[in-house]
Design a protein around this ligand. Sequence first.
Ligand SMILES: Cc1ncc(COP(=O)(O)O)c(C=O)c1O
Length: 427
Amino acid sequence: MASVYQSMQTAELDALIEQLEEEASEVRARGLKLDMARGKPSVEQTDLSRPMLDVLNSSSVLQDEGVPADNYGVPDGLPSARKLAAELLGVNADQVIVNGSSSLNLMHDVVVNAYTKGIAGCDPWCRQGTVKFLCPSPGYDRHFAVTARYGIENVPIAMLSDGPNMDEVERLVETDASVKGIWCVPKYANPTGITYSDEVVRRFASLKPAARDFRIFWDNAYVVHDLYDEGDKLLNIFDAIAEAGTANLVYEFSSTAKITFPSSGMAFVTASADDIAEIRSAFSIERVSPEKLSQLAHVGFLHDVAGVRAHMAKHAQILRPRFELVQNKLSVGLGDLGIATWTNPRGGYFVSFDGPCGSAKRIVALMQELGVTLTGAGATWPGGNDPQDSNIRIAPTFPSLENLGNALDVFVLAVKLVAARIERESR
Ligand SMILES: Cc1ncc(COP(=O)(O)O)c(C=O)c1O
């Protein structure tokens, strides 16, 4: 992109750098300690779910539709919890397992099952030589860490404005049998905040993988996390699969981590009848039975999809001003300079920011010096390797509005200074 800095005379650019360095020294002297690193809810948000803690007490009936919640058993989760999860994802409750408090944990276990035991009648991935996963990038660092941990080769795929580059996905999935999976966050993607278009979802649903044991890991973490009354609409992948006549293609995951309490929510997975039977069988060895008291409390608190939506509207009220502040500060501070672009999501937890080539590591390091912690540069790429070194994930949810505003002011300064220095060095 053509930047204002490129058109400056060198003397003018030097004067600007000197002025920005002075401003940075003033910020450094303030000894700030701010954090815009991880996408977690603010205290105000987790407070919204405190009443859930009063749903159960020592006199509560610990039963759900005649099923005991206070003992072992019911490995797929309580009937009402499965119903709620199924409603949220728009699938059949028979094909949902609600288990554990972390969807990432379920994804990990499903990968490990395929890696150690094999799926769909195929050899375990660990005995198939090179095994690859496609990683739309920028993406979620913890996804990439799961597959990297087992020596699976993470292959970056470009993220476009409507989803991953499907020409690349189709070419690799349909011609290379060593490609066993793809990580997807189809709604309000982490970190770009985009939602996959209907066409992208249909192309996923129509994939004809070269490997019988290829699966799409459809992490619908932000399924109800809209900032506005009118949220992005994501086509239901299982409806698209039914239309396409394909089968056994998708594992879909989600959780209430960012609806109620991160690390104490309820996590769930759904898949085709064959696939969910395989997952059920693996889980039956790994787990005795799920956290049914938590499930009972969740259903007693949230009730149904309408209850979830009403609760999420309260989250949105807290989050909207934060996301709008990000847009405002970045537009006012950087909008006319031609040195950066950023996304403007209508939901989810992140804004994805791109500065000039070779700037991200320097911006993050300078921010740290100035007292603001950001997600590590490169974290959004497999292996931490952003080929352009340009992408930074902004996580606006946790800091107070005041702290967020201060952190963004420092960010704008850091971006300008690094971009100006890069331009100067190029001369
Ligand atoms: C895309 C995505 N999936 C999963 C998670 C983690 O969810 P859980 O707490 O259910 O493991 C996160 C958390 O940031 C996320 O961004």
